[in-house]
Every structure is written in C-alpha cells, then in structure tokens.
Design a protein. Structure first.
Length: 368
C-alpha cells in the first residue's frame, strides 16, 4: 500500500487525525465555494440571474452567455441612438441573468440571445437578427439631450462608418465627451435630419413598422415587421429621464415596466419582485454600464447647447407628435397615452428653455 494511503488511514484511525482531516475538508470546501462565487468564474460559467438574498437585498451576478432555448420569449430593445439603451439592457440582463446582444454584433454575443438592442430604422441600426426576436420595448429620450448624446457616441467611435472601424473603437465608448467646438458644426449640419429621424423612430415603432415613402410618396409596412416578428408595436414605453431620476421611487416605478413585460413573457424567469429595486440600484451604481463613466472626461452634457430656432423646432416637433397620439386612432391605446404624457413633459421642458432666450431684467417671459 502506498505511503500516502497509510497516512490517510492513520489520520482516520485516531481522534486527532479525524479532527485534522475535518479541518482540511472545511478549508477545501471554502476554497471551492470562493472560486465558484468569484466574478471571473461567474463570467466564465454564467449565473442564471442576480441573487435574491431576501428582505429586499440582492447580489448582482454576471449574465449567462449560453444560447437560449427556442421556447424562451425574446425581447428587442429599441431607441433612437443616444437614448440610454445600455443602461436598460443591463437591467434586462440583471433581472433575468441572460446576456444581451446588439444589432451589429459588436458585443460578439451573436443573435441567439434573450435580448437585442438596436437603433433601427435609424441608419445607426441594422435588422441583422432575422426572426429571432418576439416582442419590442421602446425607450425614448427628450431630443434636447438625445441628439447631443448621439454626437458623443459618434465622437467616441471616431465617426466610423463600418463594423471594423466601430469595433476597433469599442473600448472608447462611454469614456469621454467631445469638446464643444466639435459639437456646434455637427449640430448645425445634422440638426434638421436628426430631429426628423428622432420623431420618425417613434412613429415607426408605434405604427407597427410603418415607413413613410416607397419612392412614390406612399407609406408602407417594413417587411421585417411583416415577416420577422409578431408585431413591431412596443409592449411598453420606457422614459430615459425617469430611469436616471434622483428619486428612487420614480426610477423603480419606471424600471418595473420592464419587469412587467418580462413577467408576462412565456418561459422567461425573472428575479422576485421584492429584489428588483435592489437590482436596479446595483446596476445604476456600476458606472461602466452607462453614461456616468464619461464624467470628468470632456465638458458636461449641458455645455452642448442649441440655438433659439433649434429649440423652437424641437418644441414644435414634440408638440406635433403629442397632438397626433392624443386622438384617434391612438386615443384609446394605453401605450399611446403613456407616450403623450412623456411628450407633454418634453414640451414643457423645451418651452421653458425657449422662453429663457427672451428673459430680460424686466422679467419678461415668452409665451409657450
């Protein structure tokens, strides 16, 4: 018999030896548990979802990178570029434990994922996932801030026009803001086009993929919304400003809309309701997940301003959309009325900014 086997037998045969063996076993178990619970191991093997510790406490864990099952309900997260998709898809991941993909596959996760984020039909977006998505969540942001954020994104990827260029700059995203001197010429050259695209992005999804011109000035339905998905109409509308609000109650109520959609999705497991506020908080504290990681590298967001005429144009566009969705055929559509409420907020904010151009020492304020 080997010497090593004799040593183990000797340990087991004595009380002191059994105690020593027990200590060794405990140390080994603790070491294995530490390895299994490490961030690196979680990222390698994946964790099914964030952990509900009870009493409103939780632990964020890295999402699963494995392929989903055919019966899982998949969700497409859509928004105009610069509207905060990154934060939302991190919340989706944390609630379910599944990794997200993107329309250009810059994440290299492929399209066999539970979620995909896209800016489609904006030129920054691409319907590259075929028929792998089942439903839509629409995220919107005030154009006053979405357009400057879009410019920041373009700056970070060095105004790239292709996959290779964008991928080569992926480590720069959410890390910096451009100087104001670069914003003004881009703003003036692109303002009318991008404001129109911002409004059309909302119209496209709210009208089940309606495109505006087939070449003969006739609207038509996007073939992807006819063939590749059950419906392009969103299951809910998320307002970016509310998911970053300083009031935790406001943030939680808005992000719960995502949880509600997932709860109603067949074959999708979501962390318990009691742990969701904690999950939202954990995600929001991870600055690398979204915009705060840019703070301190470049001018603050509010330094990117618009002219009086441009603010008025945004105000008019928002008002036009608000009026459109306030009446038939949208009047009795729940999500349309949610959209109207959001647009009303945007209109008030833009009206205040427009009025600020006319304020004088005598206190005169322009009418809305």
């Amino acid at each position: 018999m080997d010497k090593e086997v004799y040593s183990i037998v000797d340990m087991v045969s004595t009380r002191k030896g059994r105690q020593q063996l027990a200590v060794v076993v405990v140390i080994l178990v603790v070491a294995i548990l530490n390895i299994l619970n490490s961030t690196q191991t979680q990222q390698y093997f994946g964790r099914y979802l964030s952990i509900n510790l009870g009493n409103g406490e939780c632990e964020w864990t890295a999402p699963v990178t494995d392929a989903i099952k055919p019966e899982n309900t998949t969700t497409l997260l859509v928004s105009y570029p610069g509207s905060g998709k990154r934060l939302c898809w991190r919340v989706l991941e944390a609630l379910t434990g599944y990794v997200s993909g993107d329309d250009w596959d810059l994440s290299e996760e492929g399209f066999d994922t539970l979620f995909i984020k896209t800016s489609y039909p904006h030129p920054e977006g691409l319907w590259g996932w075929g028929d792998s998505m089942d439903q839509v969540i629409l995220l919107i942001r005030n154009p006053r801030w979405a357009l400057p954020s879009y410019h920041t994104m373009r700056y970070e990827i060095d105004f790239s026009n292709g996959w290779d260029e964008s991928y080569s700059r992926i480590d720069y995203t959410y890390t910096m803001r451009p100087p104001v001197e670069m914003w003004i010429p881009w703003r003036n050259a692109r303002f009318n086009t991008e404001l129109d695209r911002w409004a059309w992005h909302i119209d496209f999804w709210m009208n089940d993929g309606l495109r505006r011109n087939d070449g003969s000035n006739h609207s038509y339905k996007d073939s992807n919304c006819e063939i590749n998905i059950k419906s392009c109409i969103p299951k809910t509308i998320i307002q970016f400003e509310k998911i970053v609000d300083l009031d935790e109650v406001v943030r939680t109520k808005e992000l719960d809309k995502i949880g509600d959609v997932l709860d109603a999705s067949p074959n999708v497991t979501v962390i318990a309701n009691e742990a969701r506020p904690c999950v939202y908080k954990k995600v929001s504290k991870r600055g690398e997940f979204y915009n705060p990681n840019r703070d301190g590298s470049g001018p603050p967001t509010y330094d990117k301003t618009f002219t009086k005429e441009q603010v008025n144009a945004m105000k008019f566009q928002v008002h036009k959309l608000k009026e459109k969705y306030s009446f038939s055929p949208y009047k009795n559509v729940a999500h349309a009325q949610d959209l109207v409420a959001i647009l009303e907020e945007y209109h008030e904010q833009l009206s205040d900014e427009y009025a600020s151009f006319f304020r004088e020492d005598n206190g005169f304020i322009a009418p809305p």
